[in-house]
Design a binder for this molecule. Structure first.
Ligand code: ASP
Length: 449
């Protein structure tokens, strides 16, 4: 049995919804369908969720809301147009949108969540009725009825474990259930959404609760690319990768998936398949616990900019008990989160995301390190990019790092930092951000062509 989820671009228009209907019909194992709110129809278009944020803003600043409600409603009308759905579905959607502006806004931390959830909730109702009109035995189910109970954290809810048991009770549902993504209910019955992009999370939660065999996540790409298509023309699509590899790739810039979304499936060892609504026969990318085929040492190369490195060295540093602890305490006092800390005998570097720093914080931080640690050398490097080479296959193969550094050397790219965790799933280079594109290209051509 499969849980499937469709993202906003897969549900943005009647034409897209037609493909979705076909995908549901094509495979009898697809019994549970999680939907996002309608997304963009073109690059300039707006997502229904963003229109709902406009509605929230207009309402909370006492401005006119009618035009925004009409714009949102028209998105649903347009999607429904070619299908012969029941008469009251659209009028119910319109009523529910008008009802939103009658909710209390004073002292109501859940108001935004109620507004946001209307995108997915109304879309699930609409898709369910389109399914029925297309001969699929399906029905809408509300997340409360399904058993999605979440923490009381408006716009950033997390699932409560007891939900899984409740969701499991629906496993043998005779009808295909159409489930709105992105939100659940607190124990007190309030709507709370997950963070933005959170329909992926709902899909994974439902898959875990039902102990599905597979969670298929339909989007608008063929799968996860081995490198960013902005840097590499038509990069390969990864056929299979492990959760660990996915984590490593996502960390440095790959954003096919909502970060937290994999968690429930990872915990229950449920394979996730990323597929393309516009090309559903393409096998997509399968994310699994263990990979069987490790022939290729590297599965993907990713990168992210916006890092700063603080380097310090001190003669006989390795003999000083508590040296690193003292440095990290300084970082904690400044409330700074660090990402990596590669070290040598007498030196270490601390790499952190630059957006945590201002000139003033930086100056104060360096002053404090100089005063308390008294290093022989203290240096800060800005504008670093991290380039990450990922692949479980590297464990069993000698020379991946050598090939990488040779490729970068041929392009005359200076390596500010090299880091390899002992898991051997990935290694990472810190380079100047201006060389990021060249680095990705030379590494890609080393491992993929
Ligand atoms: N509609 C929500 C958003 O745009 C959730 C989602 O699509 O996953 O963030």
């Amino acid at each position: 049995m499969k849980v499937i989820k469709f993202g906003g671009s897969s549900l943005a228009s009647a034409e897209q919804v037609n493909k979705v209907i076909q995908i549901i019909k094509d495979d009898a194992q697809r019994r549970f369908v999680v939907v996002s709110a309608p997304g963009k129809r073109s690059a300039e278009d707006r997502k229904v969720t963003d229109l709902l944020i406009d509605l929230y803003q207009a309402r909370t600043t006492n401005q006119e809301t009618t035009a925004i409600i009409e714009a949102i409603y028209q998105r649903f009308v347009e999607i429904a147009a070619p299908f012969s759905i029941k008469d009251d579905v659209l009028s119910d959607i319109l009523t529910s949108l008008h009802d939103l502006v009658t909710l209390p806004i004073e002292n109501n931390p859940y108001f935004l969540d109620a507004v946001l959830s209307a995108g997915e909730n109304n879309n699930a109702k609409l898709i369910a009725s389109i399914c029925q009109a297309s001969g699929i035995q399906a029905r809408y189910i509300n997340p409360k009825e399904l058993g999605i109970i979440v923490t009381n954290e408006p716009q950033n809810a997390h699932i409560l474990t007891k939900s899984y048991k409740k969701i499991y009770n629906w496993r043998h549902s005779e009808e295909i259930l159409i489930i709105p993504g992105f939100f659940g209910y607190t124990e007190e019955g309030q709507i709370c959404t997950f963070s933005r992009g959170g329909s992926d999370i709902t899909g994974a939660i439902v898959a875990r609760g039902l102990r599905a065999d597979t969670y298929e996540n339909f989007t608008d790409v063929n799968g996860i690319y081995a490198a960013h298509p902005g840097y590499i023309h038509e990069p390969e699509t990864i056929t299979e990768l492990t959760y660990r590899e996915m984590r490593e790739l996502a960390y440095a810039g790959f954003s096919v998936f909502h970060e937290e979304a994999l968690m429930p499936c990872f915990q229950a060892s449920i394979p996730v398949v990323i597929k393309n609504t516009n090309n559903p026969t393409h096998p997509g990318t399968q994310i699994v616990t263990e990979r069987t085929n490790l022939d290729k040492p590297v599965v993907g190369i990713s990168s992210d900019e916006g890092f700063t490195m603080i380097y310090l060295s001190k003669y006989l540093m390795n003999k000083e008990v508590g040296f690193t602890l003292r440095i990290l305490e300084i970082f904690r006092d400044f409330n700074l989160n660090y990402e990596h800390m590669p070290s040598g005998i007498d030196d270490l570097s601390i790499i952190l995301r630059s957006d945590q720093l201002t000139e003033a914080i930086e100056e104060e931080l360096l002053r404090k390190i100089a005063y308390e640690i008294n290093p022989d050398e203290l240096r800060i490097t800005h504008d670093l990019s991290l380039v990450v080479v990922v692949g479980e296959g590297m464990k069993q193969r000698v020379g991946s790092m050598a090939e990488s550094t040779a490729a970068l050397a041929r392009k005359n790219i200076n390596l500010e930092m090299i880091n390899q965790g002992s898991s051997e799933v990935s290694f990472m280079f810190g380079i100047h951000k201006e060389r990021e594109k060249d680095a990705i290209r030379s590494l890609y051509y080393t491992f993929f062509e």
